[in-house]
Structure formats: structure tokens, C-alpha cells
Design a protein around this ligand. Structure first.
Ligand code: GLU
Length: 286
């Protein structure tokens, strides 16, 4: 086992991001409760190991759509917002139930790009996260979809919360971000399209050539994130001094394995510490 992987065992503050596509049954589009139980158990175990844990979870629109019995694909932004409003409350009540089984308190934090750009809002968010972590709470973060239209449009600013999770990691000064995706990690090409795609275990420097490898789709019909937004998230995370791992969300046991130093997913090594880089990136996201 190499040194970079071994060092993941010592991470203290961990942000875990789960996309909608990792939370649902593909056949029905409904929540996969068994997987959610594994997810929550993994996170509670990290807490028991003395880590601070922040969960960034999508799924509000998907859960709301199911609750309202909508079968068609959602196109209208206001429809998506209504679904998010219903779904976010439901999602949180399920998370609260699951976390309480392990006597773990969780909380809800809803963010938007604008609140992150506003100095006072951002300062308040930083202080609130700090308090929550001091209380031993697991904050559960999502975009505030009901008020931020551009974020759930097809050109999502945070891209299925990939970039949001990286911004959160920078905000709370996390030392590890784990992105659970519908792909094993970074390949040299799209493995859904070609057999020649080679898996990349570790990225030491995220250069322009690697950024080009990001494709806009991962083949999932749920969620808005592709490899491009994941690489953009990696850029933000590593620039704020945080290692990042992209791993397959088909098995949430991968979270514990990554924190045990096992070779799971693609590891992006923290590169440089630049507090203005993230803000600058955020400002220029469209
Ligand atoms: N914030 C959105 C939600 O929770 C993300 C939608 C998506 O998965 O792309 O539903």
C-alpha cells in the first residue's frame, strides 16, 4: 500500500458527497433504503473513529418527484423546485431517522452560489459549520434548490453537487473529500464508450491534459454531474489543501475502505493552498 493512501487513514475532517444516481433504484427511481443504511452506518463509524464528517447529499428533486407521483422527465425549472421543496424535507426525515439509530445528530445546511460569494453569508456559514462540528453533529448539505434556479438547470453551477462539495470542503478546511460517483474513478477515456480506457489510480498534478479527459456525461439518467464537474471539484479541493477521492457509489462500504487506506477509486493529491483561488473559481462559474 503506498504512502499517499496510508495517509488517508489519518484524515480528520471528511466531506462525503453522494449524488442522486447513487441513492436510487434504477428500475423505479425510488430511494434505495438499504444503501442509505450502509451509507449512514459508514459515516457514523467514521464519527466513532473520531473524525468530523460532513455529508453533501443530492436527491431532493428525485425524492420529491416520487412523492408527488410524477412519472415524466422533469423539464420545467419551477417544477423541479417544487419537487426539491417536497423532497428535501422527506430526504432529511429519512436521514434523521437513520442517523438517530446510531444516536448521531445530523442537521440541514442549504447553500447557494450567491450565499457563498457574499462575504457575510460565507463567514456565517464557516462559523455555523464550526459550531456544528464542535457539537459533534453531522451537517447534511444540499443546494437550496427552491430559490436558486440556475443551479438545477441542465447547466447546473454545482453539477450534481460535485463542485458544491468541493466548495464546502474548502469552507470547513476539510482534509479529505470523497465523491461517490457512478464510475470507479478517472479513466483516460470514457469507459462506457471504449474498451481502451485505462484507469488512473492517483493524480499527483491536475494538469490541462487531465482536465480535458473529463467528459460531460457518465451515462446516468439521474443527476447532472459528469466527469468534467468532478475534475473541476478536484481542482477546487486540491487547491484548498484537501485530498480528494472519486469512487464508485454502487457500494458505500468504499467510504470505510478509502479511510482505511485501501486502493479504491482515484486519489487526487492536495496541491497548493490558495484561499482566493476557490472564490475566484466560484465567481466565474456560470
Ligand atoms: N440539488 C439537487 C437535488 O438534491 C441535485 C440534483 C441532481 O442530482 O443533479 O435534487
Amino acid at each position: 500500500m503506498d504512502g499517499s493512501r496510508q495517509r488517508l487513514k489519518d484524515k480528520k475532517k471528511i466531506v462525503v458527497k453522494i449524488g442522486s444516481s447513487s441513492l436510487h433504484h434504477p428500475e423505479t427511481g425510488k430511494l434505495d433504503l438499504r444503501k442509505m443504511e450502509v451509507l449512514v452506518r459508514q459515516l457514523c463509524d467514521l464519527k466513532n473513529r473520531g473524525k468530523d464528517v460532513i455529508l453533501v447529499s443530492s436527491g431532493a428533486i428525485m425524492v420529491g418527484k416520487n412523492a408527488l407521483g410524477i412519472k415524466k422527465r422533469l423539464e420545467d425549472v419551477n417544477e423541479k423546485q417544487a419537487c426539491a421543496s417536497v423532497g428535501q424535507a422527506r430526504l432529511m426525515s429519512i436521514y434523521q431517522k437513520l442517523f438517530s439509530e446510531y444516536n448521531q445528530i445530523c442537521s440541514q445546511v442549504l447553500l447557494t452560489k450567491n450565499t457563498m460569494l457574499d462575504d457575510l453569508n460565507r463567514y456565517n456559514a464557516v462559523k455555523t459549520f464550526r459550531e456544528l462540528l464542535e457539537f459533534g453533529v453531522v451537517p447534511i448539505v444540499n443546494e437550496n434548490d427552491t430559490i436558486a434556479t440556475y443551479e438545477i438547470d441542465s447547466m447546473s453551477v454545482f453539477g450534481d453537487n460535485d463542485r458544491l462539495s468541493a466548495v464546502v470542503a474548502a469552507l470547513v478546511n476539510a482534509d479529505l473529500l470523497i465523491l461517490m460517483s457512478d464510475i470507479d474513478g478517472l479513466y483516460t477515456d470514457d469507459p462506457h464508450q471504449t474498451d481502451d480506457a485505462v484507469f488512473i489510480d492517483c493524480v499527483e498534478h491536475l494538469d490541462r491534459e487531465l482536465m480535458q479527459m473529463g467528459k460531460s456525461s457518465t451515462g446516468s439518467s439521474v443527476g447532472t454531474g459528469g466527469m468534467a464537474t468532478k475534475l473541476s471539484a478536484a481542482d477546487i479541493a486540491i487547491s484548498s489543501g484537501c485530498d480528494m477521492v472519486i469512487a464508485n457509489g454502487n457500494d458505500f462500504h468504499n467510504i470505510g475502505r478509502i479511510c482505511d487506506g485501501e486502493k479504491v477509486g482515484t486519489l487526487f493529491l492536495a496541491d497548493r493552498k490558495d484561499e482566493f483561488y476557490v472564490l475566484n473559481k466560484l465567481e466565474h462559474m456560470v
